[in-house]
Design a protein around this ligand. Structure first.
Ligand code: C2E
Ligand code: MG
Ligand code: MG
Length: 276
């Protein structure tokens, strides 16, 4: 369904990048971006326990465009700042409206890029989003990657502590793919780790992947950190993860990322079948 631009040619053809940048700038003004939501499921009862906000771009000529294509360009050009603000606000409104209309407190996860994380206005931006939407801080989860933490340990510690004091929760995305210094999990206010899709893919049939996933889940459980397996695509993977004691899964096996309206409908049906 997506037009993903050819990555190899993208790097060499800077005019294409410039074009995407110009288009994205216009796209932001013309409201061409949309936030999709992909639910998280508890692996024991298969209840919806949260959702991740994932941005999409309705490009006027290329159609529905994957963030893999434009997030790196947005990051380089600084367009990630207005884009990130847009996603954060939308996601907070969505969580607030779920709370009002469906009467459930569903945490919403929002991805933060390295540049957003190191931007000085981040804290006030997050505080403002919570304030204007009236969303309780504990219903917002911010996902960052290991590289963001490892690049500047003391800077990251300071920002993370401030966000933690605000009451929002921090998750480490794509866990296991970066520098993976396990020590930082102890030193930083991390509430959640997302086991990278590349390990989850092999969890049901590769002994090495199984061992890696088990190690991450055991570590998280021992530290009181919530583990979320991303990219769960099969029943066997979900079953293996459940056996390993992983509490939560996310992936195409459970649901694709959905537009807000479809996500609300899914959640409504789900709540009718499994009252909270
Ligand atoms: P991510 O945060 O690790 O998000 C998970 C990605 O895996 C999403 O891709 C999701 O659609 C995809 N996915 C979910 N389940 C499965 C599955 O079972 N199998 C497979 N193969 N893939 C699955 P998506 O939406 O294309 O986003 C890609 C990346 O773009 C995200 O990775 C995130 O790093 C970034 N991104 C997306 N939205 C935002 C945003 O609003 N802000 C920032 N800074 N980055 C974003
Ligand atoms: Mg993520
Ligand atoms: Mg991820």
């Amino acid at each position: 369904i997506y037009k993903v631009f050819d990555k190899a040619s993208m790097g060499s053809r800077s005019s294409e990048r410039l074009q995407i940048e110009a288009d994205l700038r216009k796209g932001l003004e013309r409201d061409e971006l949309e936030v999709y939501y992909q639910p998280f499921f508890s692996l024991d009862q298969q209840h919806i326990v949260g959702a991740e906000a994932l941005v999409r771009w309705h490009h006027p000529t290329n159609g529905l465009t994957s963030p893999v294509t434009f997030i790196p360009i947005a990051e380089e050009t600084g367009l990630i700042l207005p884009l990130g603000r847009y996603v954060l606000d939308k996601a907070c409104w969505q969580a607030r409206s779920i709370r009002d209309q469906l009467g459930v407190d569903l945490p919403i996860s929002v991805n933060l890029s390295p540049r957003q994380f190191s931007e000085s206005g981040l804290l006030s931006q997050v505080a403002a989003a919570l304030d204007t939407t009236g969303l309780p801080a504990e219903l917002l989860i911010l996902e960052i990657t290991e590289s963001v933490v490892m690049e500047d340990l003391s800077g990251a510690r300071e920002v993370m502590s401030k966000l933690d004091r605000l009451g929002v929760r921090l998750a480490i995305d794509d866990f296991g793919t970066g520098h993976s210094s396990l020590a930082y999990l102890k030193q930083f206010p991390v509430r959640e780790v997302k086991v990278d899709r590349t390990f989850v893919q092999g969890v049901a049939d590769s002994p090495v992947d199984l061992a890696i996933v088990r190690a991450i889940i055991d570590l998280a459980n021992a530290m009181g950190i919530s583990a979320v397996a991303e990219g769960v695509e099969t029943k066997d993977q979900a079953a293996a993860l459940k056996l390993l004691g992983c509490p939560v899964g996310q992936g195409f096996y459970f649901s694709q990322p959905l537009p807000a309206q479809e996500f609300s409908e899914l959640l409504t049906g789900h709540l009718a079948a499994h009252p909270p």
